[in-house]
Write a protein that binds this ligand. Structure first.
Ligand SMILES: [Fe+2]
Ligand SMILES: [Fe+2]
Length: 420
């Protein structure tokens, strides 16, 4: 293949693959322009990297910045992709390569067994990941009409070509410029795409990698990052990043932008283990003394089981599972404590329900009649919580709820404004 049109060629990914495209005759094109048909005429392949991000929103790899309402950006990107794919098809281009993302499937929640396969039905990470899944499906449809389509679920490509210095999750999905370039070359030169369509995970051979990079094209990653756990001396490993393990200040007023970035990076890394620690907290409840016929652990499971069987939504089921988890520390104020732990990840309605369930169970719920969350809390207490001390009930095991917990507690945390 010789002639290739590239959208988003000046973004991070586009720049990273520039050396690999040296052997091809490249035409750069803005997917928002009216010139798609002209640009795609007589081309052998189109590489669609272009992706709009909204002003102020950090999204690696996107070249175009717009001032769209934040909720419209994914629709706009899908419209652009649709126009690109259709133009390629109409122009008789044989092959289209679409830049998808590892965020199309939730690798952060993946615990095996085995590696995350691109053939699995994906659970996207956020609206961005969901948009990438829809992008892939647009490609799958085009392939059914005869186009050859390769969707590359790109990992973390950085402008510096260095893996993230402190975020283990990002290091696991690091993609070196060289590996990315080789993959693009392979996509352009592979004689045929079996079935006309494929999805490939594009991450380097990183330590702790969770993605199955197997592909029908014959691409193999050459590079790889070390897992963070082995990088005991971060300062030595990343001298240009400055003091990584500790900030430079002894009082907050002296902190630099680098300190702030370091602090939030370490916090993000730590917070990624929140679901694990909450699940561990539940297991620990099994050994706390109680006069009830079932353990506190089983009481939570049984409450969640009843919520599930009653058709409650996933977030409410997770709330039911954890509603008494703070009993591990003390039963005093246990409702408010666990409600605050969950608060960044749940709705204000479920927060109120969990925070107030102790009042309702103690028989003081009536004074809240008329509150918007009253009915919900009554349902929780009467149908699920107070019923759930039955050792003969067919209670589901924790493993049944674990994926739900990980999904809910891995959501981006709300920045709450305290209630006045
Ligand atoms: Fe309780
Ligand atoms: Fe309870």
């Amino acid at each position: 293949m010789k002639r290739v049109a590239v959208t988003g060629a000046n973004g991070v990914v586009g720049v990273a693959i520039t050396p690999a495209l040296a052997a091809f005759q490249v035409t750069k094109v803005d997917p928002r322009s009216d010139g798609l048909y002209e640009a795609f005429d007589q081309k052998d392949a189109v590489i669609h990297l272009g992706w709009i991000r909204v002003m102020g929103e950090p999204e690696s790899g996107a070249e175009y910045i717009d001032v769209l309402p934040i909720d419209n950006r994914h629709l706009k990107n899908l419209e652009l992709a649709s126009a690109v794919i259709e133009a390629a098809r109409q122009c008789g281009v044989r092959r289209v390569i679409l830049a998808s993302s590892v965020r199309a499937d939730n690798f952060q929640a993946w615990r095996g067994p085995g590696l995350l396969s691109p053939s699995r039905l994906p659970t996207p990470i956020g609206p961005y990941g969901a948009a990438k899944v829809l992008l892939e499906e647009q490609g799958r449809f085009a392939a059914s009409l005869g186009l050859e389509v390769i969707c590359i679920r790109l990992g973390a490509i950085t402008a510096s070509d260095e893996p993230h210095p402190i975020d283990a999750s990002e290091r696991r999905v690091w993609l070196s410029h060289r590996d990315c370039g080789e993959l693009i070359k392979t996509c352009l030169t592979a004689p045929a795409i079996p079935g006309g369509f494929c999805v490939v995970y594009a991450v380097s051979n990183n330590e702790g990698r969770v993605h199955d990079t197997g592909n029908p094209l014959g691409w193999l990653a050459e590079d790889g990052s070390d897992a963070l756990a082995h990088a005991t001396s971060l300062k030595e490993q990343n001298p240009k990043f400055g003091p990584l393990v500790k900030v430079s200040y002894t009082r907050l007023t002296d902190r630099t932008a680098n300190d702030v970035a370091l602090g939030s990076g370490v916090a993000k890394e730590h917070n990624a283990g929140f679901a694990d620690r909450m699940l561990e907290l539940l297991r620990k409840l099994a050994d706390t003394p109680t006069a009830h016929p079932v353990s506190r652990f089983e009481h939570g499971l049984q409450t969640a089981t009843r919520a599930l069987r009653d058709g409650a939504d996933e977030e409410t089921i997770v709330c039911a599972l954890f509603h008494d988890a703070a009993d591990y520390f003390t039963t005093e104020n246990h409702a408010a404590v666990v409600a605050e732990l969950l608060r960044p990840y749940i709705s204000p309605e479920n927060h109120w329900m969990i925070a107030m369930h102790g009042e309702f169970i103690a028989g003081h719920g009536d004074k809240f009649r008329g509150h918007p969350c009253f009915e919900r809390t009554v349902r929780f207490c009467e149908r699920w919580d107070s019923e759930s001390f039955d050792p003969n009930y067919d209670t589901l095991v924790l493993e049944r709820f674990e994926p739900m917990v990980r999904r809910i507690l891995s959501r981006p945390a709300y920045k709450w404004v305290l209630d006045s």
